[in-house]
Design a protein around this ligand. Structure first.
Ligand SMILES: N[C@@H](CCC(=O)N[C@@H](CS)C(=O)NCC(=O)O)C(=O)O
Ligand SMILES: [Fe+2]
Length: 360
């Protein structure tokens, strides 16, 4: 397995990558928005397909990359159902198990206290505690439904009862420590070792910490998987258009494709093209292309996509970002789905197609 502990220096946040080099399925725990390009590069370097981004809670000090990763890579976002993040794909509950790769399981342990929706994840012998249990400390309990008593109960009854050798990977560390163990925390954590519930509550009620610098921006954004208002509109619109159906009727094949690919609207497409580093593909017929197309678009009609792709140097790298459009967005969804099946990891379909482009 591939396991990486990544660090955000700005907010002292740890992000974790767990992936299988054989099936290529990957999971990110607590990704940070400012590192999205590094995550995409890292995933591409190993040829990985991001299946889930899992949050330990709605963070108050940084913005998650989960919504953007969903848009860029088609991953599913998971957040506790108690976080009020209604646009997340998966509303996580205590006891849920995320399966990925060949028999790998990530088990959910509800650990409320730092926030009411805080959860920890157990994968093999590794426990990802978010801010519930930190190395030699624990997350504060003075906002977002924080509750010191609940924090004490779940740490002592649910986490400290795991095997001693379980490795503890926290959501932050402010002193450059990286990993601990259940035994170490149970026996040496100054807030918990030998402390009664009342003593713990007393400690937590008297921390007098300043508010996190980004709290007013981060908490509302993280309820929408870290997306800003414009990105949020796109995400909601796309999600609303995605009924879950399996059928062979053409329009339903398109509907199913739209569930499996990431769509962007014209405004977002323009922004991505202006940013550069993205291959623009027109998947209509040659005659439609000849009658007018977006400047710089490569012509790859849907019907010959699989056959021509090998002879298209711009698409030699399956990690490359690709934006596809057609007349109204149906064929491009099918083409994007095909590219994903061929292993491309970062494919977007432009909702509304060239018609919408011309009207914008
Ligand atoms: N100075 C940091 C504050 C960080 C903070 O409050 N972190 C929370 C986790 S989101 C915490 O529980 N910290 C525990 C502690 O500092 O003891 C900021 O402005 O972001
Ligand atoms: Fe936190």
């Amino acid at each position: 397995m591939i396991f990486k502990q990544l660090f955000d220096q700005e907010t002292w946040t740890y992000t974790y990558l767990i992936a299988d080099p054989f099936t290529k399925e990957a999971v990110l725990i607590d990704p940070v928005n400012t590192h999205i390009e590094a995550y995409i590069t890292l995933l591409a370097a190993h040829g990985l397909q991001l299946k889930y981004t899992l949050e330990t809670h709605v963070h108050a000090d940084h913005i998650t990359a989960s919504g953007l990763l969903r848009q860029r890579l088609g991953s599913q976002t998971g957040v506790s159902q108690l976080c009020g993040a209604t646009t997340a794909d998966i509303q996580i509950q205590d006891g849920d198990v995320f399966e990925f790769a060949a028999g790998e399981q990530i088990k959910v342990i509800a650990t409320p206290g730092h926030t009411s929706g805080s959860i920890s994840y157990l994968w093999r012998d590794r426990l990802f505690t978010g801010d519930s249990l930190l190395i030699g400390g624990c997350g504060r309990t003075d906002f977002q439904g924080g509750d010191a008593g609940a924090q004490y109960d779940c740490i002592t009854q649910r986490l400290f009862t795991l095997p001693d050798e379980t490795l503890v990977y926290p959501g932050h560390d402010y002193q450059q420590r990286w990993v601990s163990s259940i035994m170490q925390e149970r026996t040496t954590n100054p807030r918990l070792a030998g402390k009664s519930r009342e003593q713990f509550i007393e400690i937590m009620n008297n921390l007098n910490l300043p508010k996190p610098r980004l709290i007013d921006e981060a908490v509302p954004a993280n309820r929408y998987c870290g997306l800003d208002e414009n990105e949020r509109q796109d995400a909601v619109a796309v999600r609303d258009e995605r009924p879950l159906r399996v059928t062979t009727k053409t329009e339903d094949l398109v509907a199913v494709a739209k569930q499996q690919v990431t769509e962007v609207d014209v405004a977002k497409a323009k922004q991505l093209l202006a940013d550069g580093h993205i291959v623009l593909v027109d998947t209509r017929e040659e005659s439609e292309y000849a009658a007018g197309h977006i400047e710089g678009a490569l012509l790859l009609p849907r019907g010959v996509l699989e056959f021509k792709i090998g002879a298209t140097p711009e698409l030699a790298d399956i990690g490359k970002s690709v934006l596809i459009y057609c007349r109204t967005g149906g064929r491009s969804a099918l083409a994007a789905q095909t590219l994903q099946q061929l292993g491309y990891t970062n494919v977007l379909s432009m909702a509304g197609g060239f018609e919408a482009w011309k009207n914008t």
